[in-house]
Ligand binder design. Structure first.
Ligand code: GLU
Length: 353
């Protein structure tokens, strides 16, 4: 069954930006007749109680989902299996570099241009592209056995994909991969040897998200556009992994939606004021900007629907008016009183968040 998903990290309460993205993911999935799945991405930085409060907030604004939410912490065997399958083909290597090593190695202009190639064998597109800044330069790719042995004694290794080898050109440059986003059009990037498993043993976000999307049959990814730059490498990895689990080759629809920004034009964060359902509910009636009856979850839902040009009320009603091509292309900033002065007043009074 084709499916879309929302995949929150339970590191705290959902804010207006998270809730708006969740509504969009729900609208896109339901509009296209897909299932809508919820996945809790709790491999890292999970805060106790956050999952329950996030699910309660999503329900409070009217979202529903198919089946029980899955938790990444309960799917570690899948990530282990995926890395083992790549390693068995010699496509994984140990990396002993620290962040500092990588920063230093990449400070000099990177000499290695990348040329089109992809693990799926599809022709890459466009002119030569260099590795984007911050890409791993491959320092540990060809360490000798003895050198690896020596380094292991000094530092735990992270595991990286050997992207060039996976693309069938072990001595070649990084493969190039293009995805097409419904709002952003084609996005092309060089796929570097990104981390699959960190040196503290945790599976990396890029690996877990792809293993899950493939295993769960997700063919529509709607999320904030801050993740757009990770998408070519994720789609590339999905194409590499799918045949290994007898899953169909992914043909995923990507929709990277604009973020919600604070008044300073930065991505909204909890410190920006009353931006969670709980914060908003605590604002007293009579405070400027607070509607009669206060900020109930229904009012917050209506505010978010309004920001998407959709009518207030039940999400099913909004769905009937939803046009995937009419989604705003620009970021949205909540009315000043939500993210601005009200929040600063709380800050000044040192009210708990
Ligand atoms: N868990 C990620 C986040 O909360 C989202 C990952 C994704 O949608 O791929 O930012």
């Amino acid at each position: 069954m084709p499916a879309g998903r929302y995949a929150p990290s339970p590191s705290g309460s959902l804010h207006l930006g998270n809730l708006r993205t969740a509504i969009l993911a729900w609208l896109f999935a339901r509009h296209s007749g897909r299932d809508f799945l919820l996945r809790i991405e709790d491999l890292d930085r999970a805060r106790s109680g956050a999952e329950q409060s996030q699910l309660a907030d999503l329900r409070a604004i009217g979202l529903d989902w198919d089946g029980a939410p899955v938790r990444q912490s309960e799917r570690v065997h899948l990530y282990e299996r995926a890395v083992a399958s790549l390693a068995a083909d010699g496509l994984v290597y140990e990396c002993f570099c620290s962040r500092k090593d990588i920063a230093e190695a990449t400070r000099a202009p990177h000499p290695e241009p990348a040329t089109p190639a992809s693990p799926a064998g599809s022709p890459g597109s466009g002119p030569m592209t260099v590795l984007p800044p911050g890409s791993y330069p491959g320092t540990c790719r060809r360490l000798s056995g003895a050198e690896r042995e020596r380094r292991r004694r000094e530092r735990a290794a992270a595991l990286r994909i050997d992207a060039a080898a996976a693309a069938g050109r072990p001595e070649g440059p990084a493969p190039i991969h293009t995805v097409t986003d419904r709002l952003h059009g084609p996005v092309t990037a060089a796929v570097d040897d990104f981390v699959l498993r960190r040196n503290d043993g945790a599976f990396a976000y890029n690996l877990a998200v792809v293993v899950d999307d493939v295993a769960q049959g997700i063919d529509q990814v709607v999320r904030g556009d801050d993740l757009l730059s990770s998408t070519p490498r994720q789609d590339w990895l999905a194409r590499l992994l799918a045949p290994r689990t007898s899953s169909p080759a992914p043909d995923t629809e990507y929709v990277h939606v604009p973020l919600v920004l604070n008044e300073a034009g930065q991505r909204l964060a909890k410190r920006d004021g009353a931006v969670t359902l709980e914060d908003l509910a605590a604002l007293r009636e009579g405070t400027p900007g607070v509607p009669d009856g206060g900020w109930s979850p229904g009012r917050v839902r209506d505010l978010l629907l309004g920001s998407l040009g959709l009518p207030a009320g039940d999400l099913r009603h909004a769905l009937a008016h939803f046009d995937p091509d009419g989604v705003p292309r620009l970021p949205w900033t909540p009315p000043q009183t939500l993210a601005g002065p009200a929040g600063r007043a709380r800050e000044k009074l040192r009210l708990p968040r």
